[in-house]
Write a protein that binds this ligand. Sequence first.
Ligand SMILES: [Fe+2]
Ligand SMILES: [Fe+2]
Length: 274
Amino acid sequence: MSADKVHPTWSLADIPYAAIEKEKITGNMDWFYLLAGASFVEALSDLYTRNLVDYYQGNADATEWLRREWEREEVQHGHALRQYVLTVWPDFDWERAYQGFISAYLPYCRTDLLGPTHALEMASRCVVETGTASFYTMIQAASPEPVLRLLAARIRADEVHHYKYFYRFFLLYQAREKNSRWRIGRELWKRVAEVDQEDSYLALKNAFEVKNPGQRFSPEDFTAFRRRMGHWIDRHYPFDMAMKMLLKPIALPVMLQKAALPLLTRGARRAILH
Ligand SMILES: [Fe+2]
Ligand SMILES: [Fe+2]
């Protein structure tokens, strides 16, 4: 299957880590937690790939792409972020925190949580890629440091590219399954409600506890962190873009989409900022 062929590939060698202006970011621990947490979640993508490849057994187009491109790019996001974190905060024991994250998170990551149908799982993957594309758009806009802006732009382009692939696979399965808008909408909503629960909490917790030996990361710390993030989200989160990507699999008639968009955007803003 051919997707947008112009999508540029890149590697860690393209990121000018030596040019990072450390003094612009090193003192802000929120950036540390955010980037360390993101590096864990991305680095764990090889596990999701196995789950997805199992689930889409028999669809060589999908499984080839997942293994060859998607997994490689997601894991590279993890490694690129790890290198950024370790350049700015070199005393951080990344490996130890990552191992802690993996053992805490593994019980939540199971193949039988995928589905319930092939089309609906592809729609769910679109939600996840919408989330990451929006997240890195926000990072790019909010970053006080130029190399991080550049890295976020690279990752963001990959996430948008992934979305396009998952969306195309969704359309192929949907042509067979013919799920109603209502059903797709319900699945998407379920997935939105799940996003950034367990994994971001556990990622932050493990980054925090390794960075601050002897201290415990509590749910209250998480709430306080989320509250501080609220200011960035309010200023930099691309709500319009996220909503358009999110609604695409439902294929609402244009008029309805125009009417629903501002309402949903307000709802999403409230949900994220609550
Ligand atoms: Fe990613
Ligand atoms: Fe992605």
